[in-house]
Design a protein around this ligand. Structure first.
Ligand code: NAD
Length: 468
């Protein structure tokens, strides 16, 4: 337990952290680091609760989780307002009401799916049956970009399979998450789902705790590596959903009129602060001017401002750290003679607003292309041949998503087959679905969420082998 006592010291440091409304800079509250003793106590309670929770029938857990979905639906307006206030995404468009509908859907689907026992081998001499058992206590570490939806992705499959969960929301979006947990816990038995709050050191203490059996992590690659290191202490199983720097390739001669709306939201959903947003767009040199014009014209009409005003569908960057990171990448592009092809309007008010920005005269090797910008900025890169485009799209340590845009489906599928990513979308980007496994290739993480594969990920396979 030497490591634990060291971690206890760091987790006990009560560094205050202020959660702000990113549109107005209003202080929402001070986030406290849950102490190490309190985390120990919660994990102990989660272990006791897990025995009772997993002893319930599968049908009973399913029914309880469907009631959770109803409670989320009933409280969705209130929770959407909380998301807008703390995370910043607007109520309208694909914003916080949309996030709440996703929370409801991503609760209903894992609650409804089944993972029955399976006879994996049988002959005259033996029969082998595969069962899926809960792991125990799951630590869920959530990010700030889709704070409620991603927490739901981690919590609901874990509970469905009979685990209990301790969630650590991002320090930037703690209060909206706590509101959602109140709603969920109005339905769940005591200690099945608990929360700890605070910064990275709290996450570090939680994920390395000897009693944690599984970590569901969504966040940056850098933090993902720390979670892997922590798992050397407790051998916790891991699902890691880390960053992405998704490429899109537009095939030559695409009829843009059909695709421009999907291209725009593929790149700028949640102000580009989405792991699977389109972050680099490769366009044939003959189509470059048309694509730039079509995207600029479309972007010019999308209103940005405080998301509490239902006229706005684009909001602020969530926090100052991210705002500075994007500004730094924009400055670097400017210093290296990038073309600023389009710059949208930004509201004349406090808040971390960055206008929609399209950038040209950059290529692989430019920081704005190579690094995950996680903001409302899209570099558009010319290619001469499709081979060249595929090579550049694959030239990244990330491999979360990618997309191909083409009128000829067969050709688009051929290119999709060559892209190194967990998901390649055709004529859409980031179009996730609760039935369809989602996860990253390369350094974008490992393991998958969603669907039956996502349920398997929060279980231990157990075989009972019978001699005949
Ligand atoms: P982050 O890695 O900074 O933080 C994620 C969470 O980890 C937070 O709750 C944070 O407090 C916690 N944390 C920090 N240090 C820790 C440690 N040592 N041990 C355990 N937990 C620790 O990421 P972020 O800035 O909140 O999120 C943005 C990143 O997340 C982007 O890179 C984005 O692409 C990625 N992301 C990925 C997916 C996906 O599904 N692949 C989805 C959303 C976001």
């Amino acid at each position: 337990m030497e490591n634990t006592s060291f971690a206890k010291e760091t987790a006990a440091v009560n560094t205050e952290f202020l959660s702000l409304n990113p549109s107005t800079l209003e202080v929402i509250g001070e986030v406290e680091n849950t102490s190490a003793d309190e985390i120990d106590r919660k994990i102990k309670n989660a272990k006791i609760a897990q025995k009772q929770w997993s002893a319930r029938s599968d049908a009973e857990r399913k029914e309880i989780l469907l009631k959770v979905a109803e409670a989320l639906q009933q409280n969705s307006k209130h929770l959407a307002e909380w998301i807008t206030r703390e995370q910043g995404k607007p109520l309208s468009g694909p914003g916080s009401n949309f996030e709440m509908q996703a929370c409801v859907g991503w609760t209903q689907v894992p609650a409804s799916l089944d993972l029955p026992e399976e006879v994996v081998f049988e002959d005259d001499t033996r029969k082998d049956i595969l069962y899926r058992k809960p792991i125990g206590v799951v630590a869920a570490i959530a990010p700030w970009n889709w704070p409620l939806m991603i927490a739901i992705w981690q919590i609901i499959p874990s509970l469905r399979m009979g685990n209990t969960v301790i969630l650590k929301p991002s320090e930037y979006t703690t209060f909206s998450t706590l509101e959602m947990i109140k709603v969920i816990n109005s339905v769940l038995p005591e200690n099945v789902l608990q929360v700890v709050t605070g910064r990275g050191e709290v996450g570090s203490y939680l994920t390395g705790h000897p009693e944690i059996g599984k970590v569901m992590f969504t966040g940056s690659i850098a933090t993902g590596k720390k979670v892997i290191e922590a798992s050397a202490k407790n051998m916790a199983r891991l699902t890691l959903e880390c960053g992405g720097n998704d490429a899109g390739i537009i095939l030559p001669g695409l009829d843009l009129s059909k695709h421009i709306e999907n291209l725009f939201w593929g790149a700028f959903l949640n102000m580009g602060q989405t792991c699977a947003c389109l972050k680099r767009l490769y366009v044939h040199e003959n189509d470059y001017e048309n694509v730039v014009k079509a995207l600029s014209d479309y972007s010019a009409n999308i209103p940005m401002g405080n998301g509490a005003d239902e006229n706005n569908v684009l909001g602020p960057i969530q926090n100052k750290m991210q705002f500075d990171k994007i500004q730094d990448l924009l400055n670097d592009a400017e210093n290296n003679n990038a073309d600023f092809l389009f710059k949208g309007q930004k509201p004349d008010q406090d808040g971390y607003f960055i206008p929609i920005t399209l950038i040209g005269n950059v290529d692989n090797g430019s920081r704005i292309v190579d690094e995950e910008q996680f903001g409302p900025v899209l570099p558009i890169i010319k290619y001469k041949t499709l081979e060249d485009a595929v090579e550049k799209a694959n030239d990244s340590e990330n491999g979360l998503g990618a997309s191909v845009w083409g009128d000829e489906l067969e050709e688009a599928q051929k290119i999709a087959a060559q892209l190194e990513a967990g998901t390649v979308w055709i004529n859409q980007h980031g179009a996730i679905n609760p039935f369809v496994p989602f996860g990253g290739a390369k350094k974008s993480g490992y393991g998958v969420e969603f669907g039956v594969e996502g349920l398997k990920a929060v279980t231990i396979p157990k075989v009972i082998s019978i001699k005949k």
